[in-house]
Design a binder for this molecule. Structure first.
Ligand code: PRP
Ligand code: URA
Length: 211
């Protein structure tokens, strides 16, 4: 499954935190905190190729050419609702990133995504756009989110999720081979209702305490 555009984390901290996330005994408060923390760890991976440039500085010991971020414009785009649960984690890394929102829900009969909201930061074409959503299941929502961003001019796009099903990764790769996909853990399969198995259930409901 792994190729140079599909990056599945091998980090034990991520694996450990996802195991707690999955557990039915994990309540809303802890679930939210873990989504934040996993957002930081996955965001760290996804931002690993931010451009840097060297500038001369003085340390107490000597002068040196030191690497600094060039200030590449960023847009973090959570897929509503559940993607909101990873926003704070991403902002811990890049506090000045702009935030866009794509509102999608899955029709429970067809499993196809329905759009209800899309608001992106200006000059989206110049930005590195990081779409965040805890779950990549059939891939319908992820593909629709990428479509919206491309229709509005986005060209540099990455997708970050906590848990993915092989079916969703395949669809996203096939429909959008240009984007990098960062995954916390790759699960086994989708069930007949389109839920990831073993998964963690409905991410939105677990983050927001709804049912
Ligand atoms: C969940 C999840 C993804 C989508 C993944 O959202 O957050 O957006 O399902 O499924 P897919 O890959 O089959 O499209 P959901 O539609 O449950 O909406 P919610 O976040 O508002 O609960
Ligand atoms: N959306 C979720 O929240 N969970 C799944 O397992 C699949 C889609």
């Amino acid at each position: 499954m792994e190729d140079n555009k599909v990056i599945i984390s091998k980090h034990p901290l991520i694996k450990h935190k996802i195991s707690i996330l999955r557990d039915t005994r994990t309540g809303t408060n802890e679930f939210r905190r873990l989504c934040d923390e996993i957002g930081v760890l996955l965001g760290f991976e996804a931002l690993r190729d931010l451009p840097i440039a060297e500038h001369e500085i003085e340390t107490p010991m000597c002068s040196m050419k030191a690497p600094f971020l060039t200030g590449k414009k960023l847009a973090i785009v959570p897929v509503l609702r559940a993607g909101l649960g990873m926003v704070n984690g991403m902002l811990t890394l890049v506090p000045s990133a702009k935030i866009g929102h794509v509102g999608l829900y899955r029709d429970h009969e067809t499993l196809e995504p329905k759009e209800y909201y899309c608001k992106l930061p200006e000059s989206i074409a110049e930005r590195l756009v990081i779409i965040i959503d805890p779950m990549l299941a059939t891939g319908g929502s992820a593909c629709a989110a990428v479509d919206f961003i491309k229709q509005r001019g986005g060209t540099q796009i990455k997708f970050v999720c906590i848990i993915a099903a092989p079916e969703g990764v395949k669809r996203l790769q096939e429909e959008h081979p240009d984007i990098e996909i960062y995954i916390g853990m790759l699960d086994d399969h989708l069930n007949e209702d389109g839920y990831i198995v073993p998964g963690l259930g409905d991410a939105g409901d677990r983050i927001f305490g709804t049912k």
